[in-house]
Design a protein around this ligand. Sequence first.
Ligand code: FES
Ligand code: FES
Length: 159
Amino acid sequence: MRPDPIEVRLLVNGVERTATVEPRTSLADCLRDKLRLTGTHLGCEHGVCGACTVIVDGHAVRGCLMLAAQAEGCAITTVEGLSPPEGLSPLQASFRKHHALQCGFCTPGMLTTAHALLTHEPDADAYRIREVLSGNLCRCTGYVPIIEAVLDARTHYRK
Ligand code: FES
Ligand code: FES
């Protein structure tokens, strides 16, 4: 017998949202399928590629490995939440400036991972950025401009 659906309450990009999901529904599926925030991408769906990365209570988290139920009451930032009402965030603008994307499939996860890193470590050096972003796979292999874009954006995170 299937378990009954549950209701989860999430603070997504600063807005309180509720969704009715199955207990086994992942946070990424909840965001995409229930809340229509399709900027969060799904690649491997088992924690390897990083495409599904969102920020949960300040930490970069794989949305495919976390249940929506586990995120009850958490503050979640998706790639949509990084952008100001108009235009691009400084990090997004830096990705554009450095041509740090090709097909763009990995880009939401790269942006959320880099945003969480620079929020906590605005002076992260190239080694540290590579270390943290090593959990995000880019099938187009454009890693060098991605690192350059993140390095260039650091100044916007310094207080
Ligand atoms: S889809 Fe979550 S890590 Fe690949
Ligand atoms: S830009 Fe295509 S997967 Fe990274």
